[in-house]
Every structure is written in C-alpha cells, then in structure tokens.
Design a protein around this ligand. Structure first.
Ligand SMILES: Nc1nc2c(c(=O)[nH]1)N[C@H]1C(S)=C(S)[C@@H](COP(=O)(O)O)O[C@H]1N2
Ligand SMILES: [Mo]
Length: 532
C-alpha cells in the first residue's frame, strides 16, 4: 500500500512541494504540446484544403501588412532575404511560450488556459479571414486548429490535475512515471510527431504547381535576347556577375508562404476600363510569340550600395499586345496588376503600351520556368520601374484604371504611387572596410539606369577630382553595366566614391535620401585602409 508518511487523510492534502514543481513543468509541457498540435492541425488541413493560406502564414502576413513601413525596412535591411525565416521563428517562439503559459494557467485554474488557447485561436482565425486568399475552407482549418489546441490543453492538464489531487499524488517521485497522465502525454506526443511528418509530406509534395513546373517545356522565343556583348564584363573579380543566377537572385515579397499556382488552372483577367474585358489561359499565353530580354530589376527598398537588384534573361509576351486586344478606354492612365495573394502594383498605362518598352508577362527566368519564389507561373517585368510598381509575381489580373481611382499595395503604406528607377552606381570591389595594399588598386562595380542606360561612371578618391571609369558595354539600356577603374592609394585610410551619368546625360542624384517613399539616392562610398 502506498501511504503518505504524514499519515493524514490524503484528500485534505496539497501535493508535496517536489511533486508540485514537477506538475508545473508537466503542465507547461502539456500546453506546448497542445500548441504544437494546434499549429500542425492548421498547417495540415490548410496544406490539403488551401495550400497558400495556412493559419501560421496568415498570421505572418497579417503581421507584415500591419507592420509600420519602417519595421519592414528594418527587417529587410537586417535580415535581407532571411526576413521570412525571422518572422516565422518569432511567431513559433511566441506560440510555444503562449502554449506553456496556457498549460500553467490551466493547471492553476481550469478554464483559464483554455481561454488563452481560444483567444490565440481567434487571432489566427481573424488573420485567415482577412487575407486576400481567404475562403471558408481556410477559415475552417483555423477553427479546427484552435479547437484542437484548446481541447488538448484542457484534456492533458485536466488529467494532470486529477492525478495531482488524487491520493496517489502523495507518493515518492518514482510513482509519477507510472501515471495515466504520462501515458496520455506520451500518446499525444506520438500522434503529434506523426502529424508533423504527414504535414511535412503534404506541404512538401502535394503541389500540382511544382509538378506542372517540372513537366514544363518552354517554347522557343520568337525574338531571342541579343547575345551578351563580349565587352559587357570588365573582367574584375568581385563584381556581381552580369547575369544573376536564379538561386542567388534577391527575393522581396509579402508572401510568407510562396503561392503555389497550378498553371493549368491559372488565367489572367484583363478588367476595368477596357472595351473588351478578356482572359488568357496558360496554354494561350505559351502559344504567343514570346520575346526574350535581359532586364535588371531592382527593389525600391534597396539602400545606396545595397544588393536588392539582379539581372536576368526573361521570356514572355509583351503586355502591350494583350492590352491592344482589350483596348483601354480613353482616360485610363494606370494598370493595377494583382497577384493571387492580393498584392497589387500600379504601373503607368503609357509604359505598358509603349512600343519601345518591352514590358512582358514573363514565364521564364534565365532559361528556366520562373522559380516559385519569383512568381511561377507568370509575373510582370517592366524595364525602368522599381518592382513594387511593376514586377507583380503570381499575377492573375490586370485592371485598367486610373491613378485617381486606385492605389496599389505599397502606395497605401506610405510609398509613392509611381516608381521610376533612379540612376545609381555601386562599388563591389573593394568592400567597405577592406585592407588593401598601397599603390595601384582596381576598383569596380555596377551602375544602372534602366531604360535610359548608362553613359559614364566616375570615381573619386578622398576629396580628389572625379576620374572616368572604364565602362562595360552593357547588355542593353534595360540592364546594369559593369565598370572598373584604377586608383592610386598612399598608406592610410581612404574613401572611394562612385557616381554615374545616365543615357540622357543626367548625373545621378548626389543628395542622400532614404529608400522611402520612392528610392534611395546618394553616392556609394567605401572607406578602406591601404597598408604598407
Ligand atoms: N505578388 C507579389 N509580387 C511582387 C511583390 C510582392 O510582394 N508580391 N513584391 C514586388 C517587389 S517590392 C519587388 S522588388 C519584386 C522583387 O522580385 P523578385 O523577388 O523576383 O526579385 O517583386 C515585386 N512583385
Ligand atoms: Mo521592392
């Protein structure tokens, strides 16, 4: 018989201190398990029912949407393209912590932990309900997730409480391990782990989009890109490659989970102020005479000297051809492009209809179907405009409208409604704070003024005079140009600056300005030290 050494009536006793401490740990663990189970339920069901809208991704994108513009700035600048990983990590940590707290609360006072879990569930449900991709199925997944978390914390902690208050609680610690509570904890943990595996499999493979992408045979371009001229590279190692590989291309978007769009179900609607609203399917698009062009795209958030810019060979159909079929009505001056996840960009109509500007609905990047992160199956590429007003990924609607009537995603968040790319230049070698030998030093980098081209790049050492750099031939005026120059350095600290002149003869802006609202300006300067 197990008895408590005090010999008093067991039912009147509080649990011994040591066991109670165990109980707190276990209640926190139960809460964490419940939180994980809830998240997995949501992700699994959403993975099956609505792949690009899970509760966690909805909370994440709600955070992105609600965050003040400078928080977005900070995240991009601090974490670069790892900003999503950071956000998901923060959300996970918060969820686990809240789970632990719910477990503890529920142990102290039944009902309170369930209330906390329900509250968090409601936040998730609200996030899902307010997303552009929201649908009843996605909301049902979030409700199920909340119910599982709340139900599990109640059940597990309830079992723990029952045992803590039962006579057996008064035994030595070894007795603890035999308890029913531990069995249901272990059982739940196994179920949750299995659920995790299934979720990973579902999220990872049940993607018709990736299957379609893998199977895709790209049509040959009717108008191939002109070959890269031999003089485009200045041959200095350390300068960004002329053509950015897909894998190292910068990625900026508001999508926490990359939308998986099955091209076979995709179509693009041309709506708004047009004589003939129309729709084009994936097969129709691929059957058009496609053109291939090198275009350097850039993010308006790119700071001076930053690397939110890349150059690729894009294959696609000119948007002006599609618009010509739809026939915009007089008075229209903007196209609001929309992606499947609700992102929108405002592009001047005149840029899209200009026969001299090859704005395209792109289906391929550097000879491969668009990577999912870069907009598969179809995105816009518009030479000369920052991405936030032109480069809509996963695009599925072009609404012909006016700047007066409609505003795009970032324009409602403090950024401008138009975004021509500003003439800029960057020093890639030497890097800031580099130690270099004294004497002759090769410096080099890139310069860009898409659609105007670059006519001149100059460098300056300390407060000396501007000296002309050797300018690569460039691929086209829609791409960046490499440049290099030889400078002579005495021992000590030096500053090297660069500035570019565009194809119209205009010098880049010297005045320092931050990225918001329409792009950073100022000369890129590196400080280096020449040693003996
Ligand atoms: N659907 C969607 N398209 C988008 C965005 C987005 O958030 N969602 N961001 C735009 C911005 S701000 C930029 S700079 C470019 C970046 O394109 P990339 O990720 O392929 O480099 O995509 C644009 N297209
Ligand atoms: Mo951007």
């Amino acid at each position: 018989m197990r008895t408590y050494s005090g010999g008093m009536g067991a039912t009147q006793l509080r649990p011994p201190v040591a066991t109670a401490r165990h109980a707190y740990w276990w209640s926190a663990a139960a809460g964490v398990l419940a939180a994980v189970a809830g998240v997995l339920t949501g992700e699994l069901l959403a993975g099956l029912a609505s792949p690009s809208l899970s509760p966690v991704s909805a909370v994440g994108s709600a955070v992105v949407d609600l965050a003040p513009p400078n928080a977005k700035e900070w995240a991009i600048q601090t974490f670069g393209t790892g900003d999503k990983t950071f956000l998901v990590t923060v959300i996970s940590i918060v969820l686990l912590a809240v789970g632990a707290a719910a477990g503890l609360l529920e142990f102290r006072r039944p009902g309170t932990g369930v209330a906390v879990a329900t509250l968090i569930g409601i936040v998730g449900i609200a996030a899902v309900a307010t997303r552009a991709l929201s649908n009843p199925l996605a909301i049902a997944c979030a409700v199920a997730a909340a119910a599982v978390a709340a139900g599990l914390v109640r059940w597990l902690v309830g079992a723990l409480r029952a045992e803590e208050q039962a006579p057996e609680a008064m035994t030595e610690e070894s007795g603890f391990a035999r308890r029913k509570f531990l069995r249901i904890m272990a059982g739940s943990a196994v179920v949750v782990a299995l659920g995790g595996v299934v979720t990973a499999v579902v999220r990872g493979t049940a993607l018709a989009a990736s299957a379609a992408r893998d199977a895709l045979k790209l049509p040959a371009p009717a108008s191939p890109a002109p070959p890269v001229p031999p003089g485009a590279s200045v041959g200095l190692s350390g300068i960004d490659p002329l053509v950015t590989p897909d894998g190292s291309f910068y990625r900026i978007d508001t999508a926490l989970v990359v939308p998986s769009v099955d091209p076979n179900g995709w179509s693009l609607q041309v709506t708004g102020m047009v004589e003939e609203p129309l729709s084009i399917s994936w097969q129709e698009l691929l059957a058009k005479p496609l053109i291939e062009r090198y275009v350097t795209i850039a993010c308006v958030s790119n700071p001076v000297g930053g690397n939110l810019i890349g150059n690729a060979r894009w294959l696609g159909w000119p948007i002006r051809e599609l618009l010509a079929r739809a026939r915009p009505k007089p008075g229209a001056d903007m196209v609001l492009s929309r992606s499947v996840d609700g992102f929108t960009a405002s592009t001047p109509l005149e840029v899209l209809t200009d026969p001299g500007t090859d704005a395209i609905l792109a289906v391929a990047m550097n000879g491969e179907p668009l990577p999912p992160e870069h907009g598969f199956p179809v995105r816009m590429i518009v030479p000369g405009l920052y991405g936030f007003v032109s480069a809509t990924k996963w695009v599925n609607e072009l609404k012909v409208t006016t700047f007066a009537a409609d505003q795009a995603y970032w324009s409602t968040r403090g950024w401008s409604e138009r975004g021509p790319i500003k003439t800029s230049s960057r020093i890639d070698v030497p890097k800031d704070a580099a130690q270099v030998p004294t004497g002759d030093l090769m410096v080099g980098g890139v310069a860009w003024a898409q659609h105007r081209g670059i006519s001149k790049v100059e460098v300056m050492v300390d407060e000396g005079s501007w000296q002309p750099a050797t300018l690569g031939t460039g691929i086209s005026r829609d791409t960046w140009y490499q440049w290099s120059a030889k400078v002579e350095l005495s021992a000590g600290k030096h500053q090297i600056s660069v500035r570019a002149t565009d194809g119209t003869g205009a010098l880049q802006a010297e005045q320092t300005a931050p990225p918001p609202p329409d792009g950073a300006t100022g000369y890129h300067t590196v400080t280096i030290e020449a040693g003996a």
